[in-house]
Design a binder for this molecule. Structure first.
Ligand SMILES: C[S@@+](CC[C@H](N)C(=O)[O-])C[C@H]1O[C@@H](n2cnc3c(N)ncnc32)[C@H](O)[C@@H]1O
Length: 235
């Protein structure tokens, strides 16, 4: 298991940020997505978990919005929410319906699960925060059963006609909201830089395909600032 001592620089920085902003996370997300985040999480849940049981893993579960949506949608399922921030998990555990989910401390780069353990994996805003994208995706491929579904919610680097407006929003509005709501401008400045520098959906799809995922697709959301991607582990 990755510990504070063995984490790389980026991981330590990300861990520190989420430990600090956990109490403001849901409110900030609501404001930054104008209330759309919960709806996207429900769509992620619908794409990964048709009713009828099974084992599901929500990585980087944070305050648990996706894990809780999966558990609500599929009450017969076993849902595990994993995060490396104890503070984010502490918030998740207090939410209505939290007893239906197993909350577990863990690092997405070194998952504490056997090979082929899960019927489906979800994750919201994990990939742009990790140090080694290939390793994190390989871990997901390893713990997913053949035929299992992976559904990813991520931010998109700004592109197209709205690029200047989105860049301005990320550079000016998001840190300002961070300052006013969370009294923490620096953490939300990181969000701007990590989103701008992150891979496009095409590039994530290429990495998934290289690992042996098939049926890959995605849908952009909210002026292409966010994206939901899905893929299936080949049988
Ligand atoms: C932006 S939050 C997303 C929370 C939730 N998925 C959502 O959609 O609201 C990102 C989460 O990823 C977690 N995280 C980042 N890197 C991680 C890693 N390597 N292993 C486990 N969790 C990680 C952070 O602690 C944080 O809770």
């Amino acid at each position: 298991m990755t510990s504070d001592r063995t984490r790389g620089n980026k991981s330590s920085e990300v861990h520190g940020i989420f430990q600090k902003i956990a109490g403001y996370y849901d409110r900030m997300n609501f404001l930054m997505t104008l209330g759309r985040h919960e709806k996207w999480c429900r769509e992620v849940a619908a794409r990964v978990a048709p009713a009828g049981g099974g084992r599901f893993l929500d990585l980087a579960t944070g305050t648990g919005v996706i894990a809780l949506a999966v558990a609500r949608r599929n009450p017969g399922a076993t849902v595990t929410g994993v995060d490396f921030s104890e503070e984010m998990l502490r918030r998740a555990r207090t939410k209505p319906g939290a007893d239906a989910v197993r909350w577990q401390h863990g690092d997405a780069a070194d998952l504490p699960f056997e090979d082929e353990s899960f019927d489906g994996i979800t994750e919201g805003y994990l990939l742009r925060n990790v140090e080694d994208l290939d390793r994190v995706l390989r871990e997901q491929h390893r713990v997913l059963k053949p035929g299992g579904r992976l559904v990813i919610l991520e931010t998109c680097p700004p592109s197209g006609l709205v690029k200047p407006v989105v860049k301005w929003g990320l550079r000016v509005i998001v840190p300002l909201l961070g300052q006013v709501v969370a009294r923490d401008r620096r953490s939300y400045t990181y969000l701007e830089s990590s989103t701008r520098a992150f891979e496009s959906p095409q590039s994530i799809a290429g990495a998934l395909s290289g690992l042996g995922f098939t049926d890959i697709g995605w849908r952009k959301k909210f002026f292409a600032t966010n994206v939901i991607l899905w893929a299936t582990k080949a049988n």
